[in-house]
Design a binder for this molecule. Structure first.
Ligand SMILES: [Zn+2]
Ligand SMILES: [Zn+2]
Length: 968
């Protein structure tokens, strides 16, 4: 039966279909293994157990509010390539998807929705609000994962999670109660970054600093004399936030600052407020900056807070949650912070206490989420005591249990981890995991349930009162996502005969109460993520992962070592996608490329290939649509190659009455992947199989090193350059089904070999371009048989990934083919130069050594067909007056009746001579330079010498040819 593909390659027509197929057929679902009694055995795809461990990778969960952007597209392309590659290579490959509930982002989204309905969060109340968020999530929450499905990400959808799922919420509660029980969670007052818009504390990492042209206000604070009255002397302080003076509780000076020695021990009168405040001596104060005196507002500045602690100063909070002045601000109470600022400056001026206003550029922190100016503010929050969690997380990396690529991120990570503060985990939001702590109205103590318990407490654990209410704060969203590597595999609910880590009633994946998942998939193999969440997420997963998994015994009952406690063994930090001009994409600049739009235009495969072809560790990607267009053409070339093969097969079928498929039972094509490659096989067969060896080992090596670019480019070169441009052209020569029996057999061999090589190349390309390869692979039953070596696979994605050892190398075939290619290319370009007609078959003269002559003679049919040569005259010297090309290995001339254009040829040769003269001069200079010859490795110097000899020879040949030109 003839096989065919539509004439034109149209990605939109095929991609949706396969994306749906992969999901529907659950191709990438990895079931929970049977409980492990022995180390995990993996079913290799060839049916043998290869004993390799699972390849597990967690998708950095996108925000449930998210839409796919170019960064996701790059990240997911890289993860999908690696996962598909590992899966095809026989590993049990699990890529686990999910979404994050994204506290602030989601709350803001639903708040806006309420505003548009003319109501608000406060008006509807907490319970209704949370219901509305869930409702929103059910309607819109899956958008980004739907986009992933469409893009063919080979994740296990049966394991999709949401960080607010019941089972993951149980893990969050258990983690909190254990840490509290271990004395690692406490509640305390601290300066936090307060967002008055979102009305919550936000992490240091969620504050973005922008340069802001503002002012520095200089304010005079009167010194109080010994008589208790103003002495007439002042200390001048400077501030960018004058409204905070309402909360000043001291002025600090350096203890050795000579300007103020006489004021040691004195007090000041706080202007506008009238409060008496001390002058404190603190070596932290810089004498060089401003007047050398700083106002101290412990409740509104982290440095001042530290000074306040050192000197036991009171902290006076002067602002409310919305950044309005509160009752502590006296006459300014109720004013919005900037209105208050204006009024205060005005009042100071009226009282002659404003010494000056200077222009001043400073960095102002904004809330990353809503852009409001962040207000440092004292508040009561929940914290994780970072030690000993941080030390363990440092050891995991220092001892090499987690490897970073690019390696420089190891240093960044360690540096940050050694300067880490206690982690503020509370957020004043309504959407999130509500902190499992209860406040007692009677004794004011806190009740946190015991680890392993379920159900909420009904009475105070300290005084027994039932007047307890749950904490209103929720947990930072990174607290739950930091637990993912353990919680997605069943922690803490997993049980087993050895070392049960937690009671079985704690959350587990549906119906799974044993620890098989955990044993099979933890630690995960790899994390691929962006630099921006290295600290937010990566560091926290390491801290929490190492901490909690350590309590889970190894399958054999022994204690879990640190090497097995880490949440992942490798971290690959991917680069940024910039625009074609290397500018960062931003909405402001209007240069954002929407991946979905580009995919609509060129197909997912071409976009994936564009990203892969530029992705390497530490290098940003300048996304250029022109390249995507080029890879769309590449896909087209692959498509047409399949069509060409099918047409050849049709020709066979017409004459011999059977297709390729019928020959696959032939023993010659059934014993392993070395189909048809034998000593006596034609050179192109031996060569292309040897090239397959080279390209598969290049891909393997480069994917191991995260050199996606090198891997993609070598496949591209192989498929287009070697397979399509050379190999297919060569097989055409052997193809003659209308000839005698021997020719028919040779044709059949050629065709089977071409099918085999093409099929292997499809598999090689499949992780990079999953759609087109699936479409073509499924379009002919022979492919599935070739890919499975006799067994049919459901998908190319489950076929065997080509390995170097599948393909024998043949150094002789490679060097001979290289010579033939050079010879044919030179002859073709010479034909072009002399204007030989496209179809004209011309005689040539050739001077070369005996070995090369033998190659040409053995492959005369190839040379004649591809260089369109009618006759080859071997000579020691070429006839004068013929246009010729020279390489170190040969000189070739074309005997063509059209006389050569002497002036043009003279022009060409003159240019050639001057180019070669420069090259030779460069080589000579380098070789005479002791700085080069003395320092460069010997093989480089040798190579340069060889290059010089060759270039000298070429120069001589060009000069001779120029001299040999007839006079005009
Ligand atoms: Zn905000
Ligand atoms: Zn109590």
């Amino acid at each position: 039966m003839p096989h065919d593909l539509p004439k034109t390659y149209d990605p939109t027509a095929i991609e949706d279909r396969w994306a749906e197929y992969w999901v529907r057929e659950k191709l990438f679902t990895v079931p929970t293994p049977a409980p492990a009694t022995a180390p995990i055995q993996n079913q290799g795809l060839d049916g043998q157990s290869d004993g390799q461990s699972a390849f597990t990778i967690l998708l950095p969960p996108p925000n449930v509010t998210g839409r796919l952007h170019m960064g996701h597209m790059l990240n997911q392309t890289e993860m999908d390539i690696l996962t598909r590659w590992r899966r095809m290579s026989g590993r049990k490959a699990l890529w686990l998807p999910g979404t994050d509930h994204a506290g602030i982002a989601t709350q803001v989204m639903v708040e806006r929705l309420l505003t548009s309905e003319g109501t608000s969060r406060e008006a509807v109340g907490r319970e209704t609000f949370v219901e509305r968020v869930w409702e929103w999530k059910r309607h819109y929450g899956g958008a980004i994962l739907d986009q992933m499905k469409r893009l063919g990400a080979s994740v296990d959808w049966s394991r999709e999670y949401f960080t607010m799922d019941e089972r993951l919420s149980v893990a969050v509660r258990e983690a909190f109660t254990r840490l509290y029980d271990q004395g690692l969670i406490y509640r305390g007052a601290y300066i936090v970054n307060w967002c008055p818009r979102c009305q919550t504390a936000i992490s240091d990492l969620e504050v973005v600093y922008d340069e802001h042209k503002g002012h520095l206000w200089e304010i005079k604070y009167p010194v109080i004399g010994d008589d208790g009255k103003d002495s007439g002397e002042f200390i001048t302080v400077a501030t960018t936030r004058p409204e905070t003076m309402l909360g000043d509780t001291a002025v600090a000076i350096h203890p050795e600052d000579e300007r103020y020695l006489h004021l040691h021990g004195k007090k000041l009168r706080l202007p506008l407020v009238g409060r008496e405040i001390p002058i404190v001596l603190d070596a932290w104060v810089s004498r060089e900056f401003g007047t050398g005196a700083v106002k101290v507002t412990p409740a509104h500045d982290p440095n001042d807070f530290a000074i306040g602690e050192r000197h036991h100063l009171p902290s006076i909070n002067v602002m409310d949650d919305r950044a309005h002045i509160n009752e502590n601000g006296g006459p300014y109470a109720g004013l919005e912070r900037y209105v208050a600022r204006k009024k205060i400056v005005q009042d100071l001026e009226e009282r002659g206490l404003l010494a000056g206003i200077k222009d001043y550029t400073n960095n102002v922190g904004h809330c990353d989420r809503c852009k409001a100016v962040v207000e440092p503010r004292l508040s009561t929050q929940w914290f994780i005591k970072i030690q000993p969690l941080a030390d363990k997380a440092i050891a995991a990396v220092e001892e090499g249990h987690i490897r970073f690529t690019p390696e420089m991120y190891k240093k960044t990570y360690l540096n940050w981890m050694s300067n880490i503060y206690d982690w503020c985990i509370s957020r004043q939001l309504w959407w999130g995991h509500r902190i499992p702590a209860w406040h007692c109205a009677v004794c004011h103590k806190i009740t946190v349930p015991k680890p392993g318990s379920t159900g909420d407490p009904t009475a105070c654990a300290h005084c027994g009162s039932d007047k307890i209410t749950q904490e209103t704060d929720v947990l930072d969203t990174w607290f739950s996502s930091g637990l993912l590597p353990v919680s997605v595999f069943g922690w803490p609910g997993i049980t087993s005969s050895v070392g049960a880590p937690g009671p079985s009633h704690l959350g587990t994946r549906e119906g799974i109460t044993d620890r098989a998942d955990f044993d099979a998939f933890y630690p995960t193999s790899l994390l691929v993520t962006g630099f921006d969440i290295l600290f937010f997420w990566v560091a926290r997963m390491i801290m929490l992962g190492c901490w909690f998994s350590a309590e889970v015994k190894m399958p054999d009952g022994s204690d879990r070592p640190l090497a097995e406690s880490v949440p992942f063994r490798e971290v690959y930090i991917h680069a940024l996608v910039r625009d074609a001009n290397r500018e960062k994409m931003s909405k402001m600049k209007g240069n954002v490329i929407d991946p979905i739009e580009i995919v609509k235009q060129y197909g997912t495969d071409a976009v994936r290939f564009t990203l892969a072809s530029m992705a390497s560790p530490g290098t940003d990607i300048a996304f250029n649509v022109a390249r995507t267009e080029g890879y769309r053409a590449f896909a087209n070339k692959i498509w047409n190659a399949a069509r060409f093969l099918f047409m050849q097969e049709q020709a066979v079928e017409n004459v011999l009455n059977c297709g390729i498929y019928d020959y696959l039972d032939d023993e010659e094509f059934d014993n392993g992947p070395q189909w048809g490659v034998r000593e006596q096989s034609p050179i192109e067969d031996r060569w292309i199989v040897s090239r397959l060896n080279a390209v598969t080992s290049a891909v393997e090596r480069n994917l191991n090193d995260y050199r996606f670019d090198e891997a993609a480019n070598s496949i591209y070169q192989f498929f287009w350059g070697e397979f399509c441009d050379w190999y297919l052209e060569l097989t055409k020569i052997r193809f003659n089904v209308s000839g005698d029996k021997a020719k028919q057999t040779a044709s059949l061999h050629a065709l089977l070999q071409a099918f085999g090589v093409y099929e292997a190349a499809l598999r090689l390309l499949s992780p990079f371009m999953p759609f087109i390869t699936e479409e073509i692979w499924q379009s002919h039953p022979a492919f599935a048989v070739l890919g499975r070596r006799g067994k049919k696979a459901e998908s190319i994605a489950l076929a065997h990934y080509p390995r170097p050892e599948d393909f024998p190398t043949d150094a002789r075939a490679e060097s001979e083919m290289a010579f033939l290619q050079e010879f044919i290319t030179e002859t073709r370009s010479l034909r072009k130069e002399i204007g030989a007609e496209e179809k004209a078959v011309v005689p040539i003269e050739l001077r070369t050594d005996a070995a090369s002559r033998k190659i040409i003679e053995e492959n005369r049919d190839i040379v004649e067909r591809l260089a369109k040569v009618s006759e080859i005259k071997f000579a020691d010297a070429l006839s004068a007056g013929l246009a010729k090309h020279s390489t170190p290995a040969f000189d070739v001339a074309i005997v063509y009746e059209r006389t050569i254009d002497v002036p043009a040829e003279r022009d060409r040769l003159t240019k050639e001579c001057s180019k070669l003269e420069k090259v030779v001069a460069n080589d000579e200079r380098a070789l005479n330079d002791p700085g080069f010859t003395g320092k460069a490795p010997a093989h480089i110097v040798e190579g340069r010498k060889k290059q010089l000899a060759e270039n000298r020879l070429l120069l001589k040949k060009a000069k001779d040819a120029l001299d040999g030109l007839p006079e005009e």
